[in-house]
Ligand binder design. Structure first.
Ligand code: NAD
Length: 274
């Protein structure tokens, strides 16, 4: 029996993850605003700290797996700042707060839920991404309120992808025997998408989203990959950002990546893609 914490466990993808992991024999600690084992608001500093404390207590100081699903979707009226605080800081603060408990497991592994919106949606509020990655929540919140939730949502998910890729390979994660990966789902049939579809501005955009497989994903299809990533069979995944989106990213960004590694310095001085 291993212990796995799942944030956003009361609905959608998080609920499917909790169910799948429990069916696989794991002891699941759900975290959500309400209707879960640990009730906490991950949009606030106090709520994040309380959630971390409660999960550590319930797990007896040891955690084998962590899945961060808690998140808010965009609507035309929701302030962008709420997405910054829940989607990005509600993810990374929990990852960092629970990392020591994961390090006490023989096979600690974490999966963060990003989104394919990070790479398929035009008009990403990149200043928000940069402020998130610089750990400047107040600046990110201010920029997000200026940009609005629609441009902020993919910005928070891009920040999660870059956070995972930059941290996973370092001393705190791979160096400590811990695996950190991300999943970037496309449109998945959950209350978050129902809410977006009901929005007069966002709804038509969501309805126009091209999905080559011709349907939204189901939460269980994301949960299956989460279970693999947490398991020993997923033991070679490290810093991966896995797209599960019915083909949308492949359709819209066909040859943008994989991109060849170019040794000439970029403007930032580091080698990279052309
Ligand atoms: N559904 C999709 O199409 C889709 C696509 C890509 C990524 N995602 C991401 O997947 C994750 C799960 O989304 P979902 O579609 O299952 O949505 P959902 O609305 O069904 O579930 C999200 C859960 O997060 C919880 N939550 C929201 N704010 C919180 C807070 N402040 N503190 C604690 N919990 C909070 C909600 O209560 C809810 O239970 C989100 O991060 C979302 O951005 C979803």
């Amino acid at each position: 029996m291993t212990t796995v914490a799942v944030t956003g466990a009361a609905s959608g993808i998080g609920a499917a993850c909790a169910e799948r992991l429990a069916a696989g024999g794991h002891d699941v600690i759900g975290v959500d605003l309400a209707g879960s084992d640990v009730e906490a608001d991950l949009g606030t500093t106090e709520g994040r700290a309380a959630a971390v404390r409660a999960v550590i207590e319930r797990g007896g100081g040891v955690l084998d797996g962590l899945v961060t699903c808690a998140g808010l979707g965009p609507t035309s009226t929701r302030p962008g700042s709420s997405l910054v605080s829940v989607n990005y800081f509600g993810t990374v603060v929990v990852l960092e707060g629970l990392r020591p408990a994961l390090a006490r497991s023989a096979s600690g592994s974490a999966v963060a839920i990003g989104s394919n919106s990070a790479t398929i949606q035009p008009g990403v509020a990149l200043g928000v991404t940069q402020a998130c990655l610089a750990d400047e929540e107040l600046t990110a919140r201010r920029l997000a309120d200026e940009a609005g939730a629609v441009a902020t949502y993919p910005a928070t998910k891009l920040a999660i992808a870059h956070y995972v890729r930059s941290r996973a390979t370092g001393a705190d994660w791979a160096g400590a025997g811990l695996r950190l990966n991300a999943i970037a789902p496309g449109m998945v049939a959950t209350p978050l998408v129902d809410e977006g579809r009901a929005d007069p501005e966002l709804g038509p955009l969501l309805d126009a989203l091209p999905i080559p497989l011709g349907r939204p994903g189901q939460p269980v299809e994301i949960a299956a990959l989460v279970a693999l990533l947490l398991s020993g069979e997923g033991g070679f995944f490290c810093g991966s950002v896995l797209y599960v989106d019915g083909g949308t990213d492949a359709l819209l960004r066909t040859t943008d990546w994989p991109a060849p590694f170019v040794l000439a310095p970029r403007s930032g001085g580091r080698p990279g893609t052309a």
